[in-house]
Write a protein that binds this ligand. Structure first.
Ligand code: G6P
Length: 362
């Protein structure tokens, strides 16, 4: 069954491997008989009449919200703000006239997110919980629920829930954008694109030996590491560094590539690993420039890049996918880097110190 490790040494590795199957399952689950997206009509009506979407979440789910922001804005033309639950709840920003709330939560039980939902319900604003657990607290207390269909996630470090959240938000955005007759939504064949993502994920998953060796070459013995990128590549960098620090204990930071020179570049020493993520044509050259800057200060650099933008010396090449969905593929090697760095340091991948799978205190 889903919750047995089988021949896998760790749940995390099993869950990384399951991601292509989760993408395909989501295509099935969200496709109606007539080929449209399956979404509750009342939910659609409430979203298309809202003037702003607020995504509220913690940890990896927060990073998934960031990764989906551009995608939702481009396909629905509704502005999106992404907030940390533990900040939003205590200092609620000035809300728009007709806000719509999305709670992203793998477990559906996170106390920080729940306390925001309680306040939102009191204000009578509509809400949707996107979760992996049917019947969970946040699912019961929000007006609407969409399920991740990722199967139980056991490893503390979240992997398949992150990609499932982005995929469900892509399906949601396509459904909304189509009703609003947004051209970018009509052109976005989400079921087909997610099928291509599944194959691209498989390609990266089959590169385990290469990624393990790369991790050994670049991360052995390091105290710290950086992931840099712009736009969606920056958001993936945030998730990549969270994954690395939470299980391998390497102090890692995800950084907006252009911002590095405004302070953080002071931390670059001889041998500091800096991993650049490049999937966007209009920012790729700039991020490469930033990698050059850190190299000249001693950094050891790795490039994770989409095939269409790749150069011969780049270490990890990602199959091309739809420009709004690149995070779903670029995150895979970073999950594996975190996994191998942890194994190579001799730590327990599934049970990092000080962390819990689901945090039910504020
Ligand atoms: C805990 C977990 C994280 C997770 C976060 C949010 O801190 O260790 O991996 O991202 O909670 O959890 P949720 O279930 O709300 O997505």
């Amino acid at each position: 069954t889903d919750i047995e490790k089988g021949t896998y040494p760790y749940y995390m590795l099993k869950e990384i491997d399951e991601q292509p199957a989760v993408m395909r399952r989501l295509v099935q689950e969200y496709q109606a008989e007539n080929g449209a997206i399956k979404l509750d009509q009342e939910l659609v009506d409430e979203v298309i009449t809202s003037d702003r979407i607020y995504i509220v979440a913690c940890g990896t789910s927060y990073n998934a919200g960031l990764a989906a922001k551009q995608l939702i804005e481009k396909t629905t033309e509704i502005p999106v703000e992404v907030h940390l639950s533990s900040e939003f709840g205590y200092n609620m920003p000035l809300l728009s006239q007709k806000p719509f709330f999305i709670f992203l939560t793998q477990s559906g039980e996170t106390a920080d997110s729940r306390q925001v939902l309680v306040q939102i319900n009191r204000l009578n604003h509509p809400s949707l919980t996107i979760t992996n657990v049917a019947g969970s607290t946040l699912s019961r207390e929000a007006k609407y629920t969409l399920l991740l269909h990722a199967g139980p996630e056991i490893a503390v470090a979240s992997t398949k829930a992150y990609t499932a959240q982005i995929a469900v938000l892509a399906l949601f955005a396509k459904g909304i954008g189509e009703v609003k007759q947004i051209a970018a939504a009509k052109d976005f064949d989400v079921f087909h694109e997610l099928a291509l993502v599944a194959s691209a994920m498989e390609t990266m998953i089959s590169e385990k030996a290469v990624i393990s060796q790369l991790t050994e070459d670049y991360l052995t013995g390091t105290r710290n590491a950086f992931y840099i990128g712009r736009g969606n590549d920056y958001y993936v960098s945030c998730e990549a560094s969270l994954k690395l620090k939470e299980i391998s204990y390497i102090q890692a930071e995800g950084f907006a590539a252009g911002e590095l020179k405004h302070g953080t570049i002071a931390l670059i020493e001889d041998g500091t690993p800096v991993i650049g993520v490049i999937t966007e044509a209009h920012t790729g050259a700039h991020t490469r420039g930033n990698l050059k800057e850190v190299e000249s200060r001693g950094a050891k650099t790795v490039v994770i890049v989409s095939e269409e933008l790749a150069r011969p010396t780049d270490q990890l090449v990602l199959p091309n996918v739809h420009p709004l969905l690149t995070s779903l593929v670029s995150v895979i090697p970073t999950q594996l880097i975190a996994y191998f760095a942890t194994l190579q340091r001799g730590y327990d991948v599934d049970k990092p110190r000080n962390l819990a799978k689901s945090v039910t205190v504020e």
